[in-house]
Each structure stands twice: as C-alpha cells, then as structure tokens.
Design a protein. Structure first.
Length: 66
C-alpha cells in the first residue's frame, strides 16, 4: 500500500481553488510601507489574481489536488 501525500499547509493557506479549477492568490505589497504608495496602487492590490499556468501544477500537487 502506498502512503498518502501530505498537504503543504503553507500552500493551502495561501491559495483558494476557483469553480473552474484554477488557483486564486492575493497580491503582495499591502502589509506595510503603505504611506508612499498611491491610493490607486493600494486599491488594485486588494483584488485577487490567478496563479500563473507555469506554477499552477506545482502548487496543486503540493495541495494534494493532482
């Protein structure tokens, strides 16, 4: 019997799976040093983004989805 793959908790907490099976992530740069960033830049950082197709397979495997 083969052992099960453990889920990488760091990866599973950072990404969420969408309905179509893609991975959604938050954008970096909204934690600190916000005074020098424009309102427009901070507003656009709020919106989530999809993980690139080059990295998607790796992260899905780490999450135990593949």
């Amino acid at each position: 019997m083969k052992t099960k793959m453990k889920t990488k908790k760091a990866v599973s907490s950072r990404f969420k799976l969408t309905g179509t099976g893609k991975l959604k992530r938050t954008r970096p740069g909204r934690r600190h040093i916000l005074t020098k960033k424009t309102s427009k830049r901070k507003r656009h950082l709020k919106k989530p983004e999809l993980v690139s197709s080059a990295q998607e397979k790796t992260y899905k495997r780490m999450m135990g989805l593949v």
